[in-house]
Design a binder for this molecule. Structure first.
Ligand SMILES: C[S@@+](CC[C@H](N)C(=O)[O-])C[C@H]1O[C@@H](n2cnc3c(N)ncnc32)[C@H](O)[C@@H]1O
Length: 366
């Protein structure tokens, strides 16, 4: 019954009243569960039977990311020691040889028991291991009291404590994508850092202990929407040269993993500047959205407005790196009135006194 409610701003009050007349005190939780299930479609293929709390849903790993991690653990004996409501367990159940889940929070564990049938679960503190010889999957909470924690020592449980406890066995830890890689080294981590993107946005940096990392790989960018991943075991030499036919803005996972040059080398591209992530080439890599260069000019707002007006441009997508320009503000200030659509790539090219902000007026490939 509640699942059929519209639950919009205008219907919510009357629908809660109607739910209360049938379900009494349970109405609020029923309504919240339906609302959370609707929100959960952004992360899960079919959350219609799942139980969530708002925080647990917010923290849950999206199904394609969990499935990717689980595939890498194919056939292994796995212990998800911060399993929460079971978003990773459900993927691990499909891929691991055997999987067990634990969490310190009894409510989340009860939800996991409902959400993921056929997986053994127990309540346990991840800092006091309850399994031996399994691969441990850890996803410490990165928020507390509503605040996001940037220092991995402030995660719950703390990352340095987890590394100390599990350092002598195979482990996988999900962390924030912005984690300081140098800090991980100082904490003694020497495995692979995998940066994963989905639908164009960087989702996480995942730490794979040395025993689970591929030979010679310390950084990997995985793009779940594309066919490829790229690692630092590949050659990373690429030239720096003036712009060619195309500009390519590599996926955020490639940039965050520090693999721009490796990506360029793989696809025969070159850098426009050694410190800027935009690449150029005469051929667009398969399946990649690129920007075909129509015109290059020294960037100033006035010059750009003139150039765009003379091309009868009305809509512009603006990409900026290395120049202090806010794309939305610039778009408004350009006040374009034409009918054409272009992209403008603005970048600082060169260093020191010779550096200049350059604008490339481009036609997007799609
Ligand atoms: C970010 S959530 C995990 C989310 C989960 N991977 C998912 O995709 O749904 C972190 C979890 O760690 C649990 N946790 C926090 N401290 C813990 C500890 N000391 N031992 C075990 N679990 C803990 C929390 O209860 C929470 O469920």
């Amino acid at each position: 019954m509640v699942a059929g409610y519209r639950l919009t701003d205008t219907t919510l009050v009357s629908e809660i009243a109607s739910a209360r007349s049938t379900f009494g005190d349970r109405a609020a939780i029923l309504v919240e569960t339906v609302q959370l299930r609707r929100k959960a479609v952004a992360k899960f293929a079919d959350p219609s039977g799942w139980l969530f709390t708002a925080d647990a849903l917010q923290q849950a790993t999206a199904a394609p990311v969990a499935a990717h991690r689980a595939r890498r653990l194919s056939g292994a004996v796995v212990h998800d020691a911060t399993c929460s409501i079971g978003s990773e367990l459900v993927a691990l159940r499909d891929w691991a040889g055997y999987v067990v889940g634990s969490d310190i929070d009894p409510v989340r564990l009860a939800m996991a028991r409902h959400n993921v049938a056929g997986v053994d679960l127990c309540r346990a503190d991840a800092l006091r291991p309850v399994t031996r010889d399994s691969v441990v999957v850890l996803d410490p909470a990165r928020r507390s009291a509503g605040r996001r924690r940037f220092d991995p020592r402030d995660y719950t449980p703390a990352l340095d404590a987890l590394l100390a406890v599990y350092g002598d066995r195979d482990f996988v830890v999900k962390t924030a994508p912005g984690i300081d890689f140098g800090e991980l080294g100082r904490m003694g981590f020497a495995g692979e850092i995998e940066v994963t993107s989905l639908a164009g946005s960087v989702r996480e940096a995942c730490l794979w202990s040395p025993g689970l990392a591929a030979q010679g790989v310390t950084r990997r960018a995985t793009m779940l929407d594309g066919p490829e991943d790229i690692t630092d075991a590949e050659p990373g030499d690429c030239p720096v040269a003036p712009v060619g036919r195309w500009i390519v803005d590599p996926d955020g996972a490639v940039v965050r993993a520090g693999l721009v040059r490796h990506y360029a080398a793989r696809h025969g591209l070159w850098q426009l500047d050694p410190d800027i992530a935009y690449l150029s080439g005469d051929r667009l890599p398969d399946g990649v959205r690129g920007f075909e260069v129509l015109e290059e000019l020294a960037f100033s707002e006035r010059r750009l407005r003139q150039a765009l007006s003379s091309r009868d441009v009305g809509a512009v997508e603006i990409l900026v790196r290395g120049v202090d320009v806010d794309p939305d503000t610039l778009r408004q200030r350009l006040r374009l009135r034409g009918s054409e659509h272009v992209a403008v790539v603005i970048a600082r090219i060169g260093s020191g006194p010779a550096s200049r902000a350059t604008a490339f007026i481009c036609r997007p490939s799609r």
